[in-house]
Design a binder for this molecule. Structure first.
Ligand code: ADP
Ligand code: MG
Length: 452
């Protein structure tokens, strides 16, 4: 059990300061139940936030970690990592056999609906098929397998299917889960002797949607388990929807029987959107965010960012911060000036924070942030954690000690070891090299700084 004692040298105003910074920096995330949150005094580089229930803890971990970290650092002036915990629980960022939460896996984003999905030549077939699946689950196309590169709308489509299914039949039992979480849960249950619960959970649904199924690559045990999950559901006529960054046959180290199952229904592809679709997406997104985006600016941005939609959204966010700071209107001149030069966007001239690095790595490798910052030594987590350290060394001014403290309370020799490991591995390991390049191409990192 974590100690809830307050230190006598505690700063009694810490909670107020923290709340003030949080509300100022991130006014949109405040929830009424934040009033009940307890903030402990920082201890060895960590600030523990105590919340009443584990559902809230998970929510905060997934959705508010960055905001809380910024507020904690602003309130204390220290480099701190934020951890969430519930009273009377053992170290909750570590997997604890007693606490495996199946109910909390669905995190649907209200913006990801069919209504807000812009249709164009790049995604017309995938969209129509997804809609057909939502209208006629188990009968239209089963399994439905959609693949495409990063930021092209896979998650959006899967979530849109979920929301449409729920809208049509609120009592339907569906599970939407990322493949990484599926794998984690599987191992957690295995270790805790709770495989019965696991199977009950995944084999007792009407629709199972797994995002980024390519993460099954090389996971033999998880592949085995998923094979049986798949068969059980399929034989009962239940709908299965999968997304992936590659077509079934191109996922490396995937058992042949899974490749053939994945390809046995309908396989659809998401392409890069063309110019018109990009403009239209920009308009839809700006409407959702109440940004007044003139046509000529939308065209300028669409001409400039072609790779994927996440980039477009990054540009939009930058434009918004530009104008909300200056209180000015969005004009073509302003935007043109801001995006001048080689830099993809104005934000890219600034250096990433440790927290942003962790966030990017978590997304790229599909591992949970608490795992990255935690103590588990499984290779699937250890390698991404080393990547965090390597990036932190490259892009931030923090000392090895600070980096180690932030990333799981490790000492500087561990950080040094991580950096050396990545430096030597990336020479021989092309997948790692691609991962590093992919992460550094993101908006968080300065441009043209990742050729080595
Ligand atoms: P992926 O899962 O393929 O990496 P996402 O589904 O997360 O990509 O999409 C990235 C962003 O782009 C999301 O914010 C999503 O809403 C948006 N997006 C993708 N495709 C479309 C589309 N056709 N219309 C509107 N927004 C889209
Ligand atoms: Mg996705």
């Amino acid at each position: 059990m974590r100690k809830m004692k307050q230190d006598s040298s505690a700063d009694p105003g810490l909670r107020e300061k923290f709340v003030a910074h949080l509300r100022q920096l991130h006014p949109d995330i405040w929830r009424h139940w934040f009033d009940e949150i307890e903030i402990q005094q920082p201890d060895r580089g960590m600030l523990w936030v105590v919340v009443g229930e584990s559902v809230r803890q998970r929510y905060l971990e997934r959705s508010c970690l960055q905001a809380f970290t910024e507020a904690a650092q602003a309130a204390t002036g220290q480099l701190l990592a934020v951890r969430f915990t519930v009273p009377d629980s053992a170290a909750t960022t570590e997997t604890d056999s007693a606490e495996i939460d199946f109910e909390d896996q669905v995190l649907l984003l209200p913006d990801y609906t069919f209504d807000s999905f812009v249709v164009g030549p790049s995604n017309r077939l995938a969209h129509a098929s997804a809609l057909a699946v939502a209208e006629n689950p188990g009968n239209a196309y089963n399994p439905f397998f959609v693949h495409g590169g990063v930021g092209l709308g896979k998650t959006h489509l899967l979530q849109a299917i979920c929301q449409e299914l729920l809208r049509r039949r609120p009592s339907t039992r569906l599970v939407y889960i990322s493949c990484g979480t599926f794998i984690d849960l599987f191992h957690d249950c295995l270790r805790a002797g709770r495989m019965q619960d696991f199977r009950h959970r995944f084999r007792g649904v009407d629709t199972l949607l797994i995002d980024d199924i390519h993460f099954l690559s090389k996971r033999e045990q998880s592949q085995e388990e998923f094979f049986h999950t798949f068969n059980t559901l399929f034989q009962m006529g239940k709908q299965i929807v999968l997304s992936s960054d590659a077509r079934p046959g191109d996922i490396p180290d995937l058992e042949e029987r899974l490749v053939s199952r994945f390809g046995s229904g309908l396989v659809q592809h998401l392409d890069r959107p063309d110019f018109e679709t990009r403009v239209s997406i920009l308009k839809t997104k700006s409407r959702l965010r109440s940004i007044d985006l003139p046509d000529e600016v939308a065209a300028f941005i669409a001409g400039r960012f072609r790779a994927n939609i996440r980039e477009l959204e990054g540009a939009l966010a930058n434009i918004r911060s530009l104008t909300s700071l200056g209180g000015s209107e969005i004009t073509l001149d302003l935007v043109r000036a801001a995006f001048a030069g080689d830099a993809g966007s104005p934000a890219r001239s600034t250096r990433p924070t440790l927290q942003q690095i962790v966030q990017e790595v978590s997304q790229h490798f599909d591992v949970r942030i608490p795992d990255l910052l935690g103590k588990r030594r499984h290779k699937s987590i250890a390698r991404p954690r080393q990547v965090c350290m390597w990036l932190a060394r490259k892009y931030t001014q923090h000392s090895l000690q600070e980096i180690g403290g932030f990333i799981g309370g490790r000492d500087h020799t561990t950080v040094l070891h991580a950096i050396r490991t990545i430096d030597s591995k990336r020479v021989s390991d092309s997948r790692l090299r691609e991962s590093l390049a992919g992460i550094q191409r993101g908006q968080t990192f300065p441009p043209d700084d990742h050729t080595d």
